[in-house]
Design a protein around this ligand. Structure first.
Ligand code: 13P
Ligand code: 13P
Ligand code: MG
Ligand code: MG
Length: 365
């Protein structure tokens, strides 16, 4: 059976500040999704949140970039924004950068990750969703899952994974893409994806079967809007088991927290902390950045689940380490490397301050 899994998300209002989503907004989204399922447009859906981001997980047979599905998501965000406005939630409609829908939500603010697949005999998938960070945050985890044998032993001992995976990398500033094959081209790949503010892994394919293995959202809100409008808070869909990494291999990268861009005002480096859905409530300095992972078994397009994968106690140490790292980074206050480097500050107050003080800079020679 061919199905499409679409994850479309937007921050349409925070409760309180940027720390959480309001239950009434989630309930409204559920109502919109239930109607679409009743009408036969969706086979199934799951509505959830990661921090202040509303997440619509949808299964259907309309294919990728379907106008009908994108319009459903857009209308759901509009309906949720009405609720958010009534409650005067913070930044109601924050990620809806356009007034009118024009066929596709891409470039309009919401984040999108979609994959059309032939559902396998057993189809376990994990959907990662992050708050207070941006799309490049998946680069290292995806590299570890699909190219690092120290993370994924399947690359070494599973014959159907031994040929490796192909990484589609997007240059989010120049709007270009390149595909690099692992393991032969890992050094070339790392030159680019090691700079996650500019290069983001968009998709991973099995080289053995050419099937899609993972897909992420790569929107950069500030590049769309031309100014800082919140971080892009990305999502990523990963297929697991059989010709893909096992569930535990897919979760393993998050056991060693890394520093990502985001956190307070989207302008800081901070640790990506794996948490359960109820714990995706970034509060300390609006963070630290969070990632949740929901596992589903697909059955004829029905989402069997979710299982809240990071609720597992084995991620306690990672959370502890992330909090220690948060403390260490906070010590730097407004200094780099906690604060983002200059070229990442261009959408903040930096240009205004520089302009105001322009005349007071005196040439040194
Ligand atoms: P089981 O023997 O529990 O099915 O596990 C197999 C496996 O490959 C775990 O990674
Ligand atoms: P969000 O991108 O999650 O809305 O966070 C914005 C922010 O400024 C947090 O301090
Ligand atoms: Mg917000
Ligand atoms: Mg957010």
């Amino acid at each position: 059976m061919r199905i499409t899994l679409s994850v479309i998300k937007a921050d349409i209002g925070g409760y309180v500040g940027h720390s959480e989503s309001h239950p009434d907004v989630l309930a409204k989204a559920d109502e919109c999704m239930a109607k679409a399922k009743g009408d036969g447009l969706l086979i199934d859906y799951h509505v959830t949140k990661c921090g202040d981001d509303l997440q619509l997980i949808m299964v259907h047979q309309e294919g990728e970039e379907s106008e009908k599905i994108h319009k459903l998501a857009w209308d759901t965000f509009i309906a949720g924004t009405d609720v958010a406005k009534k409650l005067k939630l913070y930044g109601a409609g924050q990620d809806l950068l356009s007034d009118a829908f024009s066929g596709n939500v891409k470039g309009m603010g919401p984040g999108v990750a979609e994959m059309e697949i032939e559902e396998r005999k057993s189809e376990p998938v994990i959907i990662f969703m992050a708050d207070k960070t941006s799309s490049g945050a998946w680069n290292m985890p995806l590299y570890k899952m699909f190219a690092d044998p120290f993370n994924t032993i399947g690359l070494v001992i599973a014959p159907n994974m031994h040929t490796g995976f192909a990484f589609e990398v997007h240059d989010v500033k120049e709007s270009k893409k390149i595909t690099l094959n692992t393991p032969e081209e890992i050094y070339d790949l790392l030159v680019f994806i090691g700079a996650p503010s500019r290069y983001a892994v968009k998709a991973v394919h099995s080289r053995e079967t050419e099937e899609i293995a993972a897909v992420s959202s790569t929107q950069r809100l500030s590049l769309i809007a031309g100014r800082y409008v919140g971080k892009d808070d990305p999502v990523c869909i990963v297929r697991t088991q059989a010709q893909f990494p096992a569930v535990g291999e897919v979760l393993e990268p998050f056991a060693s927290p890394i520093l990502v861009e985001g956190w307070m005002r989207g302008s800081h480096m901070g640790p990506l902390m794996p948490v359960s859905v109820p714990d995706s409530t970034p509060a300390r300095f609006d963070g630290p950045p969070r990632v949740i992972g929901l596992g589903f078994q697909l059955s004829g397009g029905i989402l069997i689940g979710p299982r809240d994968m990071f609720a597992d106690k084995s991620f306690n140490l990672a959370r502890h380490q992330a909090n220690e790292m948060a403390d260490m980074m906070r010590r730097h206050g407004p200094f780099e490397p906690h604060r983002l480097p200059l070229d990442e500050m261009e959408y903040t107050t930096m240009p205004q301050v520089a302009k105001k003080l322009e005349g007071r800079f005196i040439d040194l020679d």
